[in-house]
Write a protein that binds this ligand. Structure first.
Ligand SMILES: C[S@@+](CC[C@H](N)C(=O)[O-])C[C@H]1O[C@@H](n2cnc3c(N)ncnc32)[C@H](O)[C@@H]1O
Length: 246
């Protein structure tokens, strides 16, 4: 039986994509601050780990899907790539990111554009690498998003995904559920007027496949050399995968 979709606003009839866009547009002004508070700043370290996996590959063109306010796209400057494209469906999130890029004069290398993971506006085999941080669980159609990323990667190109996970250890898992189900929404409500948003972020994290289950989804969508690397007691995971050589 197909799993029920986790939606930001359970009482609305609109598609997941419309709801996700609306939710991120709404929370975009507080998004960066909330990320730091909720993760205790550890999200910065996780993004650095993503970047260090790509540095050795020396990619020139990188696509950061679901780039949001651009923190990963900005961290990717460390790779010395000459073209970093960040795409996202939320104009509100992109506006914050564009401001950061402009203020620091990174706009020669980083371009932030409206774009949907499920219909990427770039030719086949264009990018040397692609990244997604905390984006895949928000896609309306995960398979479509992953197969589009595969299409725009060059043969042998790398995909690195950072996503929330659930710890395997029983005691840690109880603590994780307590934190994400009770503490996180309360912190979210303190800073954001959208009460559903942080509940959605917790619920979607708890329901999203991780570890081997997500590796299998990557394999089903045509990726090879798949590996998952748990981060910080298993509360997040980094997945690396490749597009096969022709
Ligand atoms: C939790 S934020 C992550 C932002 C950023 N990558 C980070 O690490 O902070 C998830 C982002 O995914 C975007 N998103 C959701 N579905 C998308 C899609 N189909 N295509 C592109 N972006 C999408 C949302 O608009 C939102 O900005």
């Amino acid at each position: 039986m197909a799993k029920k979709q986790v939606l930001p606003y359970k009482d609305k009839k609109s598609s997941k994509k419309t709801q996700v866009r609306q939710m991120f547009d709404g929370i975009s002004p507080q998004y960066d601050l909330m990320n730091r508070i909720i993760s205790g700043g550890i999200d910065i370290k996780w993004r650095k780990n993503v970047v260090s996996m790509l540095i050795e590959k020396q990619p020139e063109k990188i696509l950061d899907v679901a780039t949001g306010t651009g923190d990963l796209a900005i961290a990717l400057l460390q790779t010395k790539a000459t073209e970093i494209i960040g795409i996202d469906i939320s104009e509100g999130m992109l506006d914050i990111g564009k401001q950061k890029v402009r203020n620091n004069q990174w706009d020669q290398k980083i371009k932030m554009q409206i774009g949907d993971s499920e219909n990427i506006d770039y030719p086949d085999d264009y990018f040397d690498a692609a990244t997604v941080a905390f984006g895949v669980r928000n896609f309306e159609n995960l398979d479509k998003g992953l197969s589009e990323i595969l299409r725009v990667l060059r043969p042998g190109g790398d995909l690195i995904i950072l996503e929330t996970a659930v710890p395997n250890n029983y005691l840690l898992r109880q603590f994780y559920h307590l934190y994400t189900q009770f503490i996180m929404p309360v912190i979210g409500n303190m800073f954001s007027k959208d009460k559903s948003a942080y509940q959605y972020l917790s619920d979607s994290a708890a329901a999203f496949p991780f570890g081997k289950a997500f590796n299998n989804i990557l394999a089903k969508n045509g990726f090879i050399e798949i590996e998952d690397i748990p981060q910080t007691l298993g509360v997040a995971s980094i997945y690396r995968a490749q597009k096969p050589e022709k």
